[in-house]
Design a protein around this ligand. Sequence first.
Ligand SMILES: Nc1ncnc2c1ncn2[C@@H]1O[C@H](COP(=O)(O)OP(=O)(O)OP(=O)(O)O)[C@@H](O)[C@H]1O
Ligand SMILES: [Mg+2]
Length: 337
Amino acid sequence: MNAAVEVENLVKVYKGGVRAVDGISFSIKEREIFGFLGPNGAGKSTTIKCVIGLLRPTSGTIRVLGADVRRDPGVVKRSIGYAAQETAVDDRLTGWENLYLQGRFYHLSRAEIRRRGEEVLKLFGLWERRNDTADTYSGGMLKRLDIACALIHRPKILFLDEPTLGLDVQTRKTIWEYIEALRAEHEMTIFLTTHYMEEADVLSDRVAIIDRGRIVALDRPGALKAAIGGDLITVRFSSGDGLEPVLAALRDLPGVREVKLAPDGIYRIVVERDGDRLIPRIVRLAGEHGIGIHSIRLKRPTLDDVYLHYTGREIREAEGSREEHIRTRVMSWRIRR
Ligand SMILES: Nc1ncnc2c1ncn2[C@@H]1O[C@H](COP(=O)(O)OP(=O)(O)OP(=O)(O)O)[C@@H](O)[C@H]1O
Ligand SMILES: [Mg+2]
Protein backbone atom coordinates (compact mmCIF):
# COMPACT_ATOMS: atom_id res chain seq x y z
CA MET A 1 0.00 0.00 0.00
CA ASN A 2 1.24 3.52 -0.81
CA ALA A 3 2.07 6.02 1.87
CA ALA A 4 -0.37 8.93 1.99
CA VAL A 5 2.04 11.06 4.00
CA GLU A 6 5.77 10.62 4.51
CA VAL A 7 7.70 12.83 6.89
CA GLU A 8 11.45 12.51 7.32
CA ASN A 9 13.50 14.30 9.95
CA LEU A 10 11.16 17.26 10.17
CA VAL A 11 12.53 20.15 12.22
CA LYS A 12 10.79 23.45 12.82
CA VAL A 13 12.48 26.22 14.74
CA TYR A 14 10.38 29.36 15.03
CA LYS A 15 11.90 32.83 14.81
CA GLY A 16 13.04 33.57 18.31
CA GLY A 17 14.47 30.09 18.66
CA VAL A 18 11.60 27.85 19.86
CA ARG A 19 12.36 24.35 18.57
CA ALA A 20 8.73 23.26 18.21
CA VAL A 21 9.44 20.11 16.16
CA ASP A 22 12.73 18.40 16.79
CA GLY A 23 13.48 15.84 14.09
CA ILE A 24 10.43 13.63 13.64
CA SER A 25 9.77 10.93 11.05
CA PHE A 26 6.60 8.96 10.37
CA SER A 27 4.48 7.78 7.50
CA ILE A 28 0.73 7.41 7.20
CA LYS A 29 -0.80 4.68 5.07
CA GLU A 30 -3.71 5.28 2.77
CA ARG A 31 -7.09 4.91 4.51
CA GLU A 32 -5.44 4.98 7.89
CA ILE A 33 -6.59 7.08 10.84
CA PHE A 34 -3.34 8.31 12.32
CA GLY A 35 -3.45 9.99 15.71
CA PHE A 36 -0.96 12.49 17.05
CA LEU A 37 -1.30 12.53 20.82
CA GLY A 38 0.52 14.96 23.07
CA PRO A 39 0.08 17.69 25.65
CA ASN A 40 -0.10 21.41 25.19
CA GLY A 41 2.86 22.81 23.26
CA ALA A 42 4.14 19.37 22.15
CA GLY A 43 4.37 20.50 18.52
CA LYS A 44 1.22 18.93 17.07
CA SER A 45 -0.18 21.97 15.27
CA THR A 46 3.27 22.95 14.03
CA THR A 47 3.70 19.48 12.49
CA ILE A 48 0.31 19.62 10.75
CA LYS A 49 1.00 23.10 9.39
CA CYS A 50 4.35 21.98 7.98
CA VAL A 51 2.85 18.86 6.43
CA ILE A 52 0.13 20.77 4.59
CA GLY A 53 2.48 23.52 3.47
CA LEU A 54 1.19 26.35 5.69
CA LEU A 55 4.52 26.63 7.48
CA ARG A 56 7.98 26.31 6.02
CA PRO A 57 9.98 23.61 7.80
CA THR A 58 13.47 24.47 9.00
CA SER A 59 14.65 21.15 7.57
CA GLY A 60 13.37 17.73 6.59
CA THR A 61 11.31 16.35 3.74
CA ILE A 62 7.56 15.89 3.46
CA ARG A 63 5.69 14.04 0.76
CA VAL A 64 1.92 13.95 0.46
CA LEU A 65 0.62 11.29 -1.96
CA GLY A 66 4.11 11.15 -3.39
CA ALA A 67 4.33 14.91 -4.06
CA ASP A 68 6.94 17.06 -2.38
CA VAL A 69 5.15 19.71 -0.34
CA ARG A 70 7.67 22.44 -1.14
CA ARG A 71 8.03 21.69 -4.84
CA ASP A 72 4.41 20.78 -5.60
CA PRO A 73 2.24 22.80 -3.21
CA GLY A 74 -0.66 22.82 -5.68
CA VAL A 75 -0.97 19.02 -5.76
CA VAL A 76 -0.94 18.93 -1.99
CA LYS A 77 -3.51 21.68 -1.62
CA ARG A 78 -5.96 19.96 -3.96
CA SER A 79 -5.68 16.58 -2.34
CA ILE A 80 -6.07 17.55 1.29
CA GLY A 81 -8.66 19.09 3.58
CA TYR A 82 -7.72 20.87 6.80
CA ALA A 83 -9.78 21.86 9.82
CA ALA A 84 -7.59 24.06 12.01
CA GLN A 85 -7.50 24.03 15.80
CA GLU A 86 -9.39 27.35 15.84
CA THR A 87 -12.52 26.96 13.69
CA ALA A 88 -12.53 29.06 10.55
CA VAL A 89 -16.33 29.37 10.33
CA ASP A 90 -17.73 32.87 9.77
CA ASP A 91 -20.57 33.01 12.26
CA ARG A 92 -22.38 35.87 10.51
CA LEU A 93 -23.01 33.56 7.55
CA THR A 94 -25.30 30.56 7.40
CA GLY A 95 -23.92 27.03 7.37
CA TRP A 96 -24.70 26.80 3.68
CA GLU A 97 -22.99 30.11 2.88
CA ASN A 98 -19.85 29.03 4.73
CA LEU A 99 -19.75 25.87 2.71
CA TYR A 100 -20.45 27.71 -0.53
CA LEU A 101 -17.56 30.11 0.02
CA GLN A 102 -15.22 27.27 0.73
CA GLY A 103 -16.34 25.53 -2.49
CA ARG A 104 -15.69 28.70 -4.51
CA PHE A 105 -12.27 28.92 -2.93
CA TYR A 106 -11.55 25.55 -4.55
CA HIS A 107 -13.03 26.75 -7.86
CA LEU A 108 -15.88 24.25 -7.75
CA SER A 109 -18.89 24.95 -9.97
CA ARG A 110 -22.22 25.93 -8.38
CA ALA A 111 -23.71 22.58 -9.34
CA GLU A 112 -20.80 20.73 -7.73
CA ILE A 113 -21.11 22.77 -4.56
CA ARG A 114 -24.84 22.08 -4.41
CA ARG A 115 -24.35 18.35 -4.82
CA ARG A 116 -21.35 18.02 -2.59
CA GLY A 117 -22.65 20.51 -0.01
CA GLU A 118 -25.85 18.56 0.47
CA GLU A 119 -23.88 15.36 0.89
CA VAL A 120 -21.49 16.68 3.55
CA LEU A 121 -24.15 18.61 5.46
CA LYS A 122 -26.28 15.49 5.62
CA LEU A 123 -23.28 13.39 6.59
CA PHE A 124 -22.58 15.75 9.48
CA GLY A 125 -26.19 16.12 10.60
CA LEU A 126 -26.42 19.81 9.70
CA TRP A 127 -28.75 19.73 6.71
CA GLU A 128 -31.82 20.90 8.65
CA ARG A 129 -29.93 23.89 10.04
CA ARG A 130 -28.16 24.93 6.85
CA ASN A 131 -30.04 28.20 6.47
CA ASP A 132 -29.44 29.39 10.04
CA THR A 133 -26.55 31.73 10.72
CA ALA A 134 -23.65 29.96 12.38
CA ASP A 135 -23.86 32.22 15.45
CA THR A 136 -26.91 30.15 16.44
CA TYR A 137 -24.92 26.88 16.32
CA SER A 138 -23.61 25.04 19.36
CA GLY A 139 -19.87 24.45 19.77
CA GLY A 140 -20.20 20.90 18.45
CA MET A 141 -22.19 22.07 15.41
CA LEU A 142 -19.58 24.72 14.61
CA LYS A 143 -16.85 22.13 14.71
CA ARG A 144 -18.88 19.82 12.48
CA LEU A 145 -19.50 22.64 10.02
CA ASP A 146 -15.79 23.42 10.01
CA ILE A 147 -14.96 19.79 9.20
CA ALA A 148 -17.71 19.73 6.54
CA CYS A 149 -16.12 22.80 4.91
CA ALA A 150 -12.79 20.97 4.80
CA LEU A 151 -14.50 18.17 2.83
CA ILE A 152 -16.26 20.14 0.10
CA HIS A 153 -13.62 19.42 -2.56
CA ARG A 154 -13.50 15.67 -1.79
CA PRO A 155 -9.97 15.57 -0.37
CA LYS A 156 -8.11 12.28 -0.21
CA ILE A 157 -6.51 13.14 3.10
CA LEU A 158 -8.18 15.03 5.92
CA PHE A 159 -6.15 16.85 8.56
CA LEU A 160 -8.01 17.55 11.78
CA ASP A 161 -6.20 19.61 14.40
CA GLU A 162 -7.91 18.89 17.75
CA PRO A 163 -11.34 18.11 16.29
CA THR A 164 -13.04 17.98 19.68
CA LEU A 165 -11.12 20.51 21.74
CA GLY A 166 -13.22 21.96 24.52
CA LEU A 167 -16.35 19.95 23.66
CA ASP A 168 -18.23 17.87 26.23
CA VAL A 169 -17.85 14.11 26.25
CA GLN A 170 -21.16 13.43 24.51
CA THR A 171 -20.49 15.85 21.66
CA ARG A 172 -16.98 14.51 21.36
CA LYS A 173 -18.34 11.00 20.84
CA THR A 174 -20.71 12.22 18.15
CA ILE A 175 -17.79 13.74 16.27
CA TRP A 176 -15.89 10.46 16.60
CA GLU A 177 -18.78 8.73 14.87
CA TYR A 178 -18.66 11.23 12.00
CA ILE A 179 -14.91 10.72 11.65
CA GLU A 180 -15.30 6.96 11.57
CA ALA A 181 -18.07 7.26 8.99
CA LEU A 182 -15.76 9.32 6.78
CA ARG A 183 -13.17 6.62 6.73
CA ALA A 184 -15.67 3.81 6.29
CA GLU A 185 -17.81 5.41 3.57
CA HIS A 186 -15.30 7.58 1.76
CA GLU A 187 -12.10 5.62 2.26
CA MET A 188 -10.40 8.73 3.51
CA THR A 189 -6.99 8.95 5.14
CA ILE A 190 -7.25 10.97 8.33
CA PHE A 191 -4.51 12.63 10.36
CA LEU A 192 -5.78 13.98 13.64
CA THR A 193 -4.14 15.60 16.60
CA THR A 194 -5.51 15.42 20.08
CA HIS A 195 -4.51 15.70 23.70
CA TYR A 196 -7.40 13.44 24.75
CA MET A 197 -5.92 9.98 25.12
CA GLU A 198 -9.31 8.28 24.84
CA GLU A 199 -9.84 9.97 21.49
CA ALA A 200 -6.49 8.77 20.17
CA ASP A 201 -7.18 5.31 21.56
CA VAL A 202 -10.68 4.88 20.15
CA LEU A 203 -10.17 6.45 16.74
CA SER A 204 -6.63 5.77 15.63
CA ASP A 205 -5.28 2.77 13.81
CA ARG A 206 -1.86 3.98 14.92
CA VAL A 207 -0.83 6.64 17.37
CA ALA A 208 2.34 8.71 17.59
CA ILE A 209 2.89 10.09 21.04
CA ILE A 210 4.61 13.44 20.78
CA ASP A 211 6.34 15.28 23.57
CA ARG A 212 8.45 18.43 23.30
CA GLY A 213 8.78 18.14 19.55
CA ARG A 214 9.80 14.49 19.49
CA ILE A 215 7.91 11.26 18.84
CA VAL A 216 8.43 9.13 21.92
CA ALA A 217 6.35 6.14 20.79
CA LEU A 218 4.50 5.07 17.66
CA ASP A 219 2.35 1.98 17.15
CA ARG A 220 -1.18 0.64 17.31
CA PRO A 221 -2.80 1.74 20.59
CA GLY A 222 -3.11 -1.87 21.73
CA ALA A 223 0.55 -2.61 21.01
CA LEU A 224 1.69 0.55 22.81
CA LYS A 225 -0.25 -0.47 25.90
CA ALA A 226 0.85 -4.08 25.74
CA ALA A 227 4.50 -3.07 25.41
CA ILE A 228 4.56 -1.30 28.75
CA GLY A 229 2.96 -4.12 30.71
CA GLY A 230 -0.15 -6.20 30.96
CA ASP A 231 -3.37 -5.85 32.89
CA LEU A 232 -3.34 -5.25 36.59
CA ILE A 233 -5.81 -7.01 38.88
CA THR A 234 -6.13 -5.70 42.41
CA VAL A 235 -7.71 -7.91 45.07
CA ARG A 236 -8.66 -7.22 48.65
CA PHE A 237 -9.24 -10.50 50.49
CA SER A 238 -11.68 -10.52 53.36
CA SER A 239 -9.00 -11.88 55.68
CA GLY A 240 -5.21 -11.86 55.76
CA ASP A 241 -4.99 -15.31 57.34
CA GLY A 242 -4.51 -18.57 55.46
CA LEU A 243 -3.68 -16.81 52.21
CA GLU A 244 -0.42 -18.58 51.42
CA PRO A 245 -1.86 -21.53 49.46
CA VAL A 246 -4.13 -19.16 47.52
CA LEU A 247 -1.19 -16.92 46.60
CA ALA A 248 0.90 -19.91 45.57
CA ALA A 249 -1.89 -21.15 43.31
CA LEU A 250 -2.35 -17.66 41.86
CA ARG A 251 1.32 -17.48 40.96
CA ASP A 252 0.92 -20.75 39.06
CA LEU A 253 -1.97 -19.54 36.90
CA PRO A 254 -1.01 -19.15 33.23
CA GLY A 255 -0.24 -15.53 32.26
CA VAL A 256 0.36 -14.35 35.82
CA ARG A 257 3.63 -12.45 36.01
CA GLU A 258 3.67 -11.23 39.53
CA VAL A 259 1.63 -11.27 42.73
CA LYS A 260 2.60 -8.81 45.39
CA LEU A 261 1.18 -7.21 48.48
CA ALA A 262 1.03 -3.42 48.49
CA PRO A 263 1.27 -1.48 51.77
CA ASP A 264 -2.48 -0.75 51.61
CA GLY A 265 -3.25 -4.46 52.14
CA ILE A 266 -4.30 -4.96 48.53
CA TYR A 267 -2.72 -7.65 46.38
CA ARG A 268 -1.60 -6.57 42.94
CA ILE A 269 -1.55 -9.25 40.29
CA VAL A 270 0.20 -8.37 37.05
CA VAL A 271 -1.00 -10.51 34.16
CA GLU A 272 0.12 -10.63 30.57
CA ARG A 273 -3.31 -10.11 29.05
CA ASP A 274 -7.01 -10.95 29.30
CA GLY A 275 -7.21 -9.97 32.96
CA ASP A 276 -11.00 -10.10 32.75
CA ARG A 277 -10.89 -13.85 32.11
CA LEU A 278 -8.70 -14.45 35.12
CA ILE A 279 -11.05 -12.78 37.55
CA PRO A 280 -13.55 -15.67 37.83
CA ARG A 281 -10.66 -18.10 38.29
CA ILE A 282 -9.22 -16.03 41.11
CA VAL A 283 -12.59 -15.85 42.83
CA ARG A 284 -13.02 -19.61 42.45
CA LEU A 285 -9.52 -20.32 43.76
CA ALA A 286 -10.06 -18.20 46.85
CA GLY A 287 -13.43 -19.90 47.45
CA GLU A 288 -11.86 -23.34 47.23
CA HIS A 289 -9.54 -22.34 50.07
CA GLY A 290 -12.37 -20.87 52.09
CA ILE A 291 -11.18 -17.26 51.60
CA GLY A 292 -13.65 -14.52 50.79
CA ILE A 293 -12.97 -11.60 48.46
CA HIS A 294 -13.87 -8.12 49.61
CA SER A 295 -13.26 -6.41 46.27
CA ILE A 296 -11.57 -7.15 42.97
CA ARG A 297 -10.70 -4.70 40.19
CA LEU A 298 -9.18 -4.84 36.76
CA LYS A 299 -7.05 -2.00 35.43
CA ARG A 300 -5.86 -1.98 31.87
CA PRO A 301 -2.97 0.26 30.87
CA THR A 302 -4.12 3.42 29.09
CA LEU A 303 -2.26 5.59 26.64
CA ASP A 304 -1.68 7.89 29.59
CA ASP A 305 0.34 5.09 31.20
CA VAL A 306 2.26 4.81 27.93
CA TYR A 307 2.93 8.53 27.96
CA LEU A 308 3.98 8.33 31.60
CA HIS A 309 6.29 5.44 30.82
CA TYR A 310 8.14 7.36 28.10
CA THR A 311 8.14 10.88 29.51
CA GLY A 312 7.95 10.46 33.27
CA ARG A 313 4.88 12.72 33.36
CA GLU A 314 1.16 12.18 32.90
CA ILE A 315 -0.57 13.89 30.01
CA ARG A 316 -2.95 15.48 32.48
CA GLU A 317 -0.05 16.79 34.52
CA ALA A 318 1.54 18.26 31.44
CA GLU A 319 -1.89 19.67 30.63
CA GLY A 320 -1.80 21.59 33.89
CA SER A 321 0.17 24.16 32.01
CA ARG A 322 -2.50 24.17 29.34
CA GLU A 323 -5.09 25.99 31.42
CA GLU A 324 -2.40 28.42 32.41
CA HIS A 325 -1.60 28.85 28.73
CA ILE A 326 -5.24 29.48 27.79
CA ARG A 327 -5.62 31.91 30.67
CA THR A 328 -2.52 33.77 29.50
CA ARG A 329 -3.91 33.93 25.99
CA VAL A 330 -7.22 35.34 27.25
CA MET A 331 -5.39 37.85 29.43
CA SER A 332 -3.18 39.11 26.64
CA TRP A 333 -6.22 39.39 24.39
CA ARG A 334 -7.97 41.51 27.01
CA ILE A 335 -4.96 43.72 27.43
CA ARG A 336 -4.62 44.24 23.71
CA ARG A 337 -8.23 45.41 23.31
N1 LIG B 1 4.12 31.25 15.61
C1 LIG B 1 4.90 30.81 16.61
N2 LIG B 1 6.03 31.50 16.96
C2 LIG B 1 6.81 31.06 17.95
N3 LIG B 1 6.59 29.94 18.69
C3 LIG B 1 5.49 29.23 18.39
C4 LIG B 1 4.57 29.63 17.34
N4 LIG B 1 3.59 28.72 17.28
C5 LIG B 1 3.84 27.80 18.23
N5 LIG B 1 4.98 28.10 18.91
C6 LIG B 1 5.61 27.31 19.98
O1 LIG B 1 5.96 26.04 19.47
C7 LIG B 1 5.70 25.02 20.42
C8 LIG B 1 4.75 24.00 19.83
O2 LIG B 1 3.51 24.63 19.58
P1 LIG B 1 2.29 23.90 18.85
O3 LIG B 1 1.21 24.90 18.67
O4 LIG B 1 2.78 23.19 17.66
O5 LIG B 1 1.89 22.81 19.95
P2 LIG B 1 0.59 21.91 20.06
O6 LIG B 1 1.08 20.54 20.36
O7 LIG B 1 -0.29 22.11 18.90
O8 LIG B 1 -0.09 22.51 21.38
P3 LIG B 1 -1.66 22.72 21.75
O9 LIG B 1 -2.10 21.44 22.37
O10 LIG B 1 -1.64 23.85 22.72
O11 LIG B 1 -2.40 23.06 20.50
C9 LIG B 1 5.16 25.71 21.66
O12 LIG B 1 6.24 25.92 22.53
C10 LIG B 1 4.65 27.03 21.10
O13 LIG B 1 4.69 28.03 22.10
MG1 LIG C 1 -2.20 22.71 18.65
